[in-house]
Ligand binder design. Structure first.
Ligand SMILES: C[S@@+](CC[C@H](N)C(=O)[O-])C[C@H]1O[C@@H](n2cnc3c(N)ncnc32)[C@H](O)[C@@H]1O
Length: 298
């Protein structure tokens, strides 16, 4: 009697949730969403949580086919999420896709140990044994070879500043089959543009594109993502750029999806170098050098 009462309450909560967010998949765990504080105890979603869940749900739609491709190819799949934060993406991917597959792993890399401890506890509560969490920076995860074995999919959702670039280093090192990143703001390129502005203004009319301080910041962000795409193409990936969700939902909304095709596009490396030179960004070559390229700019 008690059980059926409890079940009836859960069903009611789930129905209310699906009414609020029809895009949620049938069978998703409402208690998990509650434990992640995305959904309240009475199954309501506030505006911020709805935005986050929409982003994650949309991202899962892009990642799910990549998971199936990896499983078809090698009978297993490993997803490594960089700058995982509270691991919303990892938990949702596991619950909505990997749980039913009964195989595959999600590994989260996050520099804040308290968030990692929280995710470890949550995974234990829900019995998600095929999830791992690592309290370290992306750079450390790479240098310490924290993740052993093949890495199929590298993700990074709003990983701060250059952590997205570190995630790309990680993907290239592991020859990941797919890369799915939604970059956060990156300040490095804007700082170099700012520093070399006077020189570039004398050299090229294109520097008008970043003369005003607001434009310097925006151009820094824009050129960073362009260089990331060229780097991936020059390292043997086919790249698609789209938006994650409608602009009304998020500011940092650029979604870069790259699939490994094996042949490096030489023209992409040439373009990358030309852009660095035209914009006075040569010092950033080590950041954006494609896999296998010389460490010095030719
Ligand atoms: C804006 S939050 C995004 C978290 C999560 N991906 C999400 O979308 O909810 C960025 C996270 O990246 C972590 N982070 C920043 N730099 C990092 C680095 N170099 N290595 C690992 N984690 C990093 C931060 O601690 C923070 O939790």
């Amino acid at each position: 009697m008690l059980t059926s009462l409890y079940d009836a309450r859960m069903v009611k909560k789930a129905l209310s949730l699906f009414e609020q967010m029809p895009e949620l998949p049938v069978g998703c765990s409402v208690p998990l969403l509650q434990a992640l504080h995305i959904v309240t105890r009475d199954a309501r979603i506030n505006q911020d949580s709805r935005r986050k869940l929409k982003q994650v749900a949309h991202l899962v739609r892009f990642i799910e086919p990549l998971i199936h491709e990896a499983v078809a190819r090698r009978g297993d799949v490993t997803v490594v999420d960089h700058g995982a934060g509270k691991s919303y993406l990892g938990f949702v991917l596991f619950d909505w896709v990997l749980r039913a597959l009964e195989l595959g792993r999600v590994e989260g890399i996050e520099s804040r140990p308290e968030l990692v401890a929280r995710s470890q506890a949550l995974a234990q509560t829900f019995g998600f044994e095929r999830m791992g969490f690592h309290a370290m920076t992306v750079k450390e995860a790479l240098s310490q070879q924290t993740i052993q074995g093949p890495v199929d999919i590298v993700t990074a959702l709003h990983a701060c500043d250059t952590a997205t670039d570190d995630a790309l280093d990680f993907a290239l090192h592991h020859d990941a089959q797919a890369v799915v990143v939604v970059p956060c703001c990156q300040a490095e390129a804007a700082a170099v543009l700012r520093q070399n502005k006077a020189l570039q203004l004398a050299k090229t009319p294109l520097s008008e594109l970043w003369r005003h301080p607001l434009h310097t910041r925006e151009m820094g962000s824009q050129v960073t993502n362009v260089l990331r795409c060229l780097r991936l193409e020059a390292s043997g990936y086919q790249v698609t750029v789209t938006e994650l969700v409608g602009w009304e939902h998020a500011m940092k909304n650029e979604l870069i999806i790259a699939k490994r095709v094996g042949h490096a596009k030489r023209s992409a490396q040439t373009r990358l170098q030309e852009i660095l030179e035209t914009m006075g960004l040569q010092s950033l070559w080590p950041r954006f050098a494609p896999k296998g390229a010389a460490s010095e700019l030719a």
